[in-house]
Design a protein around this ligand. Structure first.
Ligand SMILES: Cc1cc2nc3c(=O)[nH]c(=O)nc-3n(C[C@H](O)[C@H](O)[C@H](O)COP(=O)(O)OP(=O)(O)OC[C@H]3O[C@@H](n4cnc5c(N)ncnc54)[C@H](O)[C@@H]3O)c2cc1C
Length: 373
């Protein structure tokens, strides 16, 4: 039962964004920066964003050497170059918008551990450096001469460094987005799950107790990533769950920092406050991880623990203090879906595993389309 005041003031908007992750918040900010007099609201179903944006590892990456080589098996050199360009320019854009301090950004580099399984691929190092040269004016990937300082297993034959990658603090990124929303007077309602989207009437209905509240908006931006099919069923999107674990603070100083990739990028780890954050391993159970349930896959947890004690810090048993799951969105292409469904409703979804890098610019692409019509 709504009051006169609620009906008069709270139900009509110029833009409603569904989903308060990186993309939804970025879309609200970029729209409001362009149209300061418009009424903008973000509806987020969780108390915190409940998909990927507060669950990720905070790698500020654009592709390890084996990942880029794998991409070249499915795409042309120009397409791969464009993908790297988009990711790198996305990282530059958020650093410029919010500043390194606010994001907790550190230019510590990206690293890939190379074992017998990947060693043959290194004969393509020069090819990839040449391919990326027009973007960076420099060689991006370099072999590290002395790898003994890392203390990795003897099975790690080489470590390849990418000096243009880095890492950020995932929580500080979201906090920066929230702060900017507040400065710009963007309303964020959390605990607000959109149960129904009426594309023709440009309305959204949010569950409220037994019933629902319907909001009307001139424009609607759907930024619900892996969960989008509940609102728009025909999309080419599959969920991909990811596991992240964090050790207790280690007694000895960890002798490395940066964003590390192993097993063709399926496993990743970094040093956070002298703890090891370790995640990934979806390749151990692709089918099992095609889920939106926020639970831990024990098979993957065992694999990550084994990787920790056999590869990363050989001979030690990890003491993990925390673990959590997050949900990514994949599909037949690595490119996000950004399009208008009709003249009022648009979407920016399917961010894959690189939303930190491409989220802000993907949101910007949607805002451009929404503002045009
Ligand atoms: C474990 C893990 C590690 C990752 N590591 C990295 C990394 O190191 N670097 C990197 O670049 N990327 C990483 N990613 C990917 C990155 O986090 C995502 O690509 C990015 O967060 C996607 O942002 P988004 O806003 O599109 O989606 P989401 O963050 O999923 O946001 C969508 C939001 O919509 C909300 N929502 C859904 N349905 C509704 C509804 N009906 N009503 C209201 N709200 C709704 C959800 O609760 C969610 O908060 C990782 C992802 C995971 C899961």
């Amino acid at each position: 039962m709504l009051s006169f005041w609620e009906k008069k003031h709270f139900l009509d908007f110029d833009l409603i964004v569904i989903g308060g992750g990186i993309v939804g918040l970025s879309a609200a900010i970029q729209y409001k920066k362009q149209f300061s007099d418009k009424k903008v609201m973000v509806l987020e179903r969780g108390l915190f964003p409940s998909g990927a944006s507060t669950k990720n590892a905070g790698f500020a990456c654009f592709g390890s050497i084996t990942e880029i080589l794998d991409d070249l098996n499915h795409q042309t050199e120009q397409e791969v170059l464009d993908l790297v360009k988009k990711r790198y320019s996305g990282l530059c854009a958020i650093r410029e918008e919010f500043g390194d301090e606010a994001l907790g950004y550190q230019a510590t580099g990206g690293f890939e551990l190379i074992t017998e399984n990947e060693i043959a691929e290194l004969n393509q190092l020069d090819r990839i450096n040449k391919l990326l040269f027009p973007l960076f004016g420099d060689s991006v990937f370099e072999e590290i001469k002395d790898i003994s300082k890392f203390g990795f297993s003897k099975n790690v034959l080489k470590v390849i460094q990418n000096k243009y990658e880095g890492e950020l603090d995932t929580g500080r990124f979201i906090q920066s987005l929230w702060d900017r929303c507040q400065q710009l007077n963007v309303k964020i309602l959390t605990g607000s799950e959109v149960k129904h989207l009426d594309i023709e009437k440009s309305e959204v209905t949010v569950r409220d107790g037994e019933s629902g509240i319907t909001f009307k908006s001139q424009k609607i931006a759907v930024c619900t990533n892996a969960f989008s099919k509940s609102l728009i069923p025909q999309l080419d999107i599959l969920p991909g769950r990811g596991l992240v674990m964090v050790t207790k603070k280690l007694p000895k100083t960890i002798p490395w920092t940066g964003s590390f990739h192993f097993d063709k990028g399926y496993v990743y780890f970094r040093n956070v406050d002298n703890r090891i954050l370790l995640g990934g391993g979806r390749n151990m159970d692709f089918e099992g991880e095609q889920s939106t349930d926020l639970v831990v896959n024990y098979k993957i947890r065992d694999y990550l623990k084994k990787t920790y004690s056999e590869i990363i810090t050989p001979g030690t048993s990890p003491e993990f203090e925390m673990e959590w799951a997050g949900i990514m969105a994949f599909g037949s292409s690595k490119t996000p879906i950004v399009k208008m469904i009709n003249k009022n409703v648009g979407l920016a979804v399917r961010l894959g595993g690189m939303g930190v890098a491409i989220g802000w610019e993907t949101a910007g692409d949607l805002v451009t389309q929404i503002s045009k019509v």
